[in-house]
Design a protein around this ligand. Structure first.
Ligand code: PLP
Length: 406
């Protein structure tokens, strides 16, 4: 049984107060809180087991290397990947997508080649492609979502033309919560011989992910949203695409031999991991993923689906709240504005006084905000430890905001 109250006790920060009220943390879309097991792993990593990895022949270096490298297998299991050498460590999804842009796309794209994006992408899955547009004449083709925030996979497939070299699409919108049928997109793209990069930064937090079933070529995840440390993460890259990539960052660890005149590279994945990595962060990520898998990704998804349905019903009951993104298949992420009320920042400031943490602004999604015709929204994003009682606190706080600002 999914005992949310017991789970909450695993997260020490959830028992604190903010502005004299119990914390209601609904900013999981930005970053999630950490369970005690992750905090303990970080403390132990520094207090008892710290040394640099891959270098030393001494006890601590070997221990740190073993723990750090052991996480690759955990991430592989989490993403349904058979070969853990297809997992490249990153500091998060931004780094993963930049690695693909610099390592795979730059050497493989000619001027006029196209990259297909949805309008719902986070800037992390837009700006690296603008680099290619600016620097080597790539063309970005945009696919819109409908009025409910649903992305029609067929529209993405139809946008793939003879010059398309990559489809890069989110699995779940960080603003609307819309889940994208990436499997259908991959089926259609594969039939046209075009690789697909999936931004799994949000989706992997909320539902079971199996990259083999999705059929994509690249899948990026974010450690700090997966209840792990900041600056941890990974990208899965299929062997075929890894073989087509050149290294992005140069430095220690990614080389086999360096002379005055030449350099040869390490085998993947280390070929793409230059310099001293986030050793303890990555070890903490392994613990966080074990924690999530221990709860069960299907159980987490079911709990969050009931939170989503409850929150949707409560927000629908407030006719002065405009929720953006009403498609049925969505994660428990709600972006909204209040009729007649001030800026999203004012709303979030009032919610904060009630201990409710939400995000306000553009959510790093400029093209989507333009599409919605909005400057900013408030976003309440739920995680595995949130409760229906917290939805009620949010609604009470919104009623106060409406009264004060409306
Ligand atoms: N993609 C999406 C959909 C996101 O929500 C985020 C973070 O908010 C990112 C990418 C960037 O992820 P990271 O913080 O791991 O770089």
């Amino acid at each position: 049984m999914y005992d949310v109250n017991a789970i909450r006790r695993d997260f020490p920060i959830l028992s604190r107060e903010v502005n004299g009220k119990p914390l209601v943390y609904l900013d999981n879309g930005a970053s999630a809180q950490k369970p005690q097991v992750v905090i303990d792993a970080i403390t132990k990593g520094y207090a008892e087991e710290y040394a640099n990895v891959h270098r030393g022949l001494h006890y601590l270096s070997n221990l740190a290397t073993e723990k750090y490298e052991g996480v690759r297998g955990i991430i592989a299991r989490f993403l349904g990947v058979k070969d853990e050498e297809e997992i490249v460590y990153t500091t998060g999804t931004t780094m993963g997508i930049n690695l693909v842009a610099y390592g795979w796309a730059m050497p493989n794209l000619e001027p006029g080649d196209e990259i297909v994006l949805s309008v719902m992408e986070h800037h992390a899955n837009i700006v690296p492609w603008h680099f290619l547009r600016e620097r080597q004449g790539a063309v970005i083709k945009w696919v819109d979502v409908d009025s409910t925030g649903w992305l029609d996979p067929q529209k993405v497939i139809d946008a793939i033309g003879p010059r398309t070299k990559l489809v890069a699409v989110t699995h779940c919108s960080n603003v609307l919560g819309s889940i994208v049928d990436v499997r259908a997109i991959c089926d259609g793209a594969r039939a046209k011989g075009v690789p697909v990069l999936v931004d799994g930064s949000q989706a992997a937090v909320h539902m079971p992910v199996n990259v083999a079933e999705i059929g994509c070529d690249f899948y990026a995840v974010t450690g700090h949203k997966l209840y792990g440390p900041s600056a941890s993460g990974a990208i899965w890259i299929s062997r075929k695409r890894m073989d087509e990539m050149r290294p992005f960052m140069g430095g220690g660890d990614m080389i086999r031999e360096v002379t005055r005149d030449s350099v040869t590279y390490n085998d993947p994945p280390m070929k793409f991991e230059a310099g001293t990595p986030g050793i303890v962060q990555q070890i903490g990520l392994g613990v966080a993923l074990e924690y999530m898998m221990g709860l069960g990704m299907t159980n987490i998804a079911a709990h969050e689906a009931s939170l989503r349905d409850y929150a949707r019903a409560r927000l629908d009951g407030l006719n002065w709240v405009q929720v953006q993104g009403t498609t049925r298949d969505k994660a428990a992420i709600f972006s909204f504005t209040l009729d007649g009320a001030g800026h999203a920042h004012d709303i979030s400031t009032i919610l904060d006084k009630r201990g409710v943490a939400v995000r306000a602004g553009q959510h790093c999604a400029g093209p989507l905000m333009d599409h919605l015709g909005l400057n900013a929204t408030c976003r309440a994003s739920f995680g595995l430890y949130n409760t229906t009682e917290e939805v009620d606190v949010l609604v009470d706080a919104l009623e106060l905001a409406h009264e004060l600002l409306g």
